[in-house]
Ligand binder design. Sequence first.
Ligand code: SIN
Length: 310
Amino acid sequence: MINVSTIIAGVKLDGCVFNASGIRCETLTDLENLAKSESAAILTKSCTLEARKGNPIPRYANLEYGSINSMGLPNPGYKAYLKFSKIIKKKYKKPFIASICGMTLSDNIKMFKEFNNTPIDLIEFNPGSPNTIGKPIVGYDFTQMDRLLNAISKVAKKPFGIKLPPFFEPIHFNQMAKVLKKYPVKFITCVNTLGHGLAIDPKTERAIIKPKNGLGGIAGKYIKPTGLGNVRRFYELLDDKIQIIGVGGIYTGTDAFEYILAGASAVQIGTAFLQKGFGIFETVQDELTQIMKAKGYTKLSDFRGKLKTL
Ligand code: SIN
């Protein structure tokens, strides 16, 4: 019997594959559909204090090997998600994860406090979005991250994790790991989109999306090696004390297997969920199960983090 269940920050998930924040998880209907699907958890769109319309359209496009987006965090505001979480948790047993992306320190503190009084299971804090016009990617500012985590840790009663932007420099991995270790961060999600990519339509000679003169976050197959590298490096640096959720270019069971081998305790699916629909959760998990069976593994811990090097 193959067991692909996992435990994230003490919360049991029946499977190890669920949706990435941002894709089909904005409305109550979206969240209810996720509850009914094979997604192992229900993760919301990142919410802000006030409702946001997001960036001008077109702001998302499928690309040959993934996608580009500059959505700009369109969401109905955190109060909607306080309400949605209560409705969903009354009807479904599945773990519910709220994604929070406040524009300021005080917005984040307020939202963390408010989610304390809801039935949600976990919080994924998102300081890694490249798409807020006029704002930097907070996750690249280690001093600000330290200040944010310090403040959040004092108020959060729900277990929380951080969705990180992708890192590329050894020193940056070290600096972020040092900050994370100071606080009760239970998990990190690696990686958010690869910021400020540009997709061009050569026929029209135009950028494909409108915001930021065409610059947006790149996702899908383009970023899988970056996602794997980030999972692996943080797995080594965090001594397995902070769990890792892998995301970036997962379309198949093999992709999920590789992320777990690199050290992930669960994986999320974003672009492939949008492109292929709800069946992707079952497909990826079934394929993963087949791979495990063929290799004689019965549970994720049989191979999680056990990447061999040359
Ligand atoms: C967006 O809404 O712009 C995407 C959010 C993110 O990249 O974290």
